[in-house]
Design a protein around this ligand. Structure first.
Ligand SMILES: *[C@@H]1O[C@H](CO)[C@@H](O)[C@H](O)[C@H]1NC(C)=O
Ligand SMILES: *[C@@H]1O[C@H](CO)[C@@H](O)[C@H](O)[C@H]1NC(C)=O
Ligand SMILES: *[C@@H]1O[C@H](CO)[C@@H](O)[C@H](O)[C@H]1NC(C)=O
Ligand SMILES: *[C@@H]1O[C@H](CO)[C@@H](O)[C@H](O)[C@H]1NC(C)=O
Ligand SMILES: *[C@@H]1O[C@H](CO)[C@@H](O)[C@H](O)[C@H]1NC(C)=O
Ligand SMILES: [Fe+2]
Length: 463
């Protein structure tokens, strides 16, 4: 009897010790305001400085795993997905963890981990997970893009204004991304509605929601007005775009396209620093001039920009967006007319400008200074004499749809109030193809157009 009791006690002790250890690792004990946990969440990718061979992995943990210290190494294990289908997490890359404190009342804290994978093999599939010995994410995979070459045509999904609630397009984007349809996603500002809401819990929920897209393809972003709180702190902390501007403006190359991302918000929230506006403008001038160097433009003929608030639009309600009240980003600051982007983009031969903010889709005829400059009446987008603009802000959010003005302006080529998103396939140096997916119509294409150009460059010279 005694022996049996001792035996049972020993078994119980072993079991209890085991439990203790695993509980210790998961660590659910309360600490301060939140629950202590080390499990990685909100995993998302971005292109690194070298699009084909670098990938930046970002994720969050509520608490800092005890084997790490702020600013110290945090880990991604990864490896090539081999032809046999066997995955090997044989390589290790390390990066940094930073403490992010939201500006809200609770000063909610999380640790944001960032690791850059370098020297990746272009055009290859990798598997990876991230975390620490206190907890790992699921295993995800991504495909690196090929180096720019004539026989590679990148495909992207592009949209703005997607929130936690009413994220109409998200399910279709998840399905299509996981089926490998896209090389990258571009989210043209306005996330979550809003990332700082409820002490940043809405931002956390949003980043978890998009993980099923963003952990598989680079999720490239620009800031919108909904990111404004606390000097865009949630946006700046959660995303890691190329460059050293806290993701506010940057550019990257993909196949035959040079993409330029910028902040329209530096024109509106001047309280955060006039300097941001001047710095961005100088950077844009320099980046576009470089993209226009003959050897660069030959390699990447297309220049496509994206920023949140449009230059032109036809929304009934928008104060910052109609003919009477000039838009700052088009013309520059009121009265002074400094730092206007329409002239800058025209001068540097930007081919396509993508905007969002209005919760609908609009395609414009080629436009400069309120005048339409078709290539020809039959083929307006073949060798157009001004940039082509589209507005794609209808991915779905709790603010729902927005109405068009009753008198459609002359530059309006097509518009749709359906929820959905835009696809871009950059076929080669002469052909771009865009299409608009309607989520309301179960994935039907409601608009499509080719942009065809025999030569690229400054419009005054093209005229
Ligand atoms: C779990 O969290 C508590 C509170 O922060 C801490 O004292 C303890 O050391 C942690 N345990 C482990 C195993 O990390
Ligand atoms: C990328 O790899 C695939 C096979 O996985 C191949 O068919 C394709 O030609 C490659 N593309 C380029 C541009 O190298
Ligand atoms: C807001 O953030 C930007 C970018 O990090 C920084 O340059 C600027 O000084 C900040 N403005 C204020 C008022 O803190
Ligand atoms: C541009 O082309 C479209 C389509 O052919 C046409 O409807 C529109 O009137 C043209 N605009 C101008 C100013 O030529
Ligand atoms: C570019 O792509 C278009 C559309 O796929 C095709 O018709 C054209 O022949 C291509 N041009 C070259 C030079 O490959
Ligand atoms: Fe907006």
């Amino acid at each position: 009897m005694k022996a049996l009791q001792l035996f049972l006690l020993a078994v119980l002790t072993v079991v209890a010790t085991g439990l203790e250890t695993s509980q210790g690792r998961a660590n659910d004990s309360k600490e301060g305001l939140g629950i202590v946990h080390y499990q990685p969440e909100q995993v998302h990718l971005a292109f690194g400085e070298r699009t084909a061979s670098e990938m930046v992995v970002t994720w969050s943990t509520r608490s800092l795993p005890p084997d790490l210290q702020v600013g110290m190494t945090t880990i991604v294990e990864y490896g090539l997905l081999e032809a046999s289908g066997q995955s090997k997490l044989s390589q290790t890359a390390r990066g940094t963890a930073t403490k992010f404190v939201d500006g809200g009342r609770k000063k909610a804290t999380q640790f944001i981990h960032r690791v850059t994978l370098r020297n990746l093999k272009p055009n290859s599939t990798y598997v990876y997970h991230c975390g620490s010995s206190y907890g790992w994410s699921s295993v995800f995979q991504f495909r690196t893009v090929p180096e720019a070459s004539a026989d590679w045509s990148p495909s992207l999904a592009i949209y703005g204004d997607m929130g936690n609630e009413n994220a109409q397009s998200l399910a279709r984007l998840q399905e299509e991304t996981q089926r490998g349809m896209y090389d990258a996603i571009i989210h043209v500002g306005d996330f979550a509605y809003d990332m700082d809401t409820s002490n940043a819990a809405v931002g956390d929920a949003y980043m978890r929601q998009i993980e099923s897209v963003a952990a598989y393809v680079p999720y490239m972003v620009c800031p919108g007005n909904h990111e404004e709180k606390y000097n865009f702190s949630n946006y700046r902390a959660r995303f890691n775009m190329p460059g050293d501007t806290d993701s506010l403006w940057y550019s990257f190359n993909l196949g035959p396209v040079h993409f330029v991302s910028f902040s329209t918000e530096v024109y509106y929230f001047l309280g955060y620093g006039f300097k941001l506006l001047t710095k961005q403008f100088e950077w844009l001038e320099q980046d576009l001039a470089e993209a226009n160097l003959p050897e660069n433009r030959a390699k990447r003929p297309w220049i496509v920009t994206y920023g949140h608030r449009p230059m032109y639009c036809s929304d009934e309600k928008e104060y910052d967006c109609n003919k009477q009240l000039e838009t700052y980003i088009r013309q520059g600051l009121p009265m002074l007319k400094w730092f206007g982007l329409e002239d800058l983009f025209y001068k540097h031969g930007v081919d396509v400008e993508i905007f969002a903010h209005e919760h609908f889709y609009t395609r414009l005829w080629p436009i400069y200074d309120f005048k339409v400059y078709n290539g020809s009446a039959e083929a307006p987008y073949t060798n157009p004499k001004a940039p082509i603009q589209i507005i794609t802000g209808s991915a779905g959010c709790k603010e729902e749809r927005e109405p068009f003005s009753k008198d459609l302006p002359e530059w309006n080529a097509y518009h749709s109030n359906d929820y959905g998103y835009t696809r871009l396939k950059a076929h080669n140096g002469t052909h771009l193809y865009f299409e608009q997916v309607s989520d309301d119509k179960d994935g039907q294409i409601v608009d499509s157009f080719w942009v065809i150009k025999d030569s690229h460059g400054s419009y005054p010279e093209v005229q």
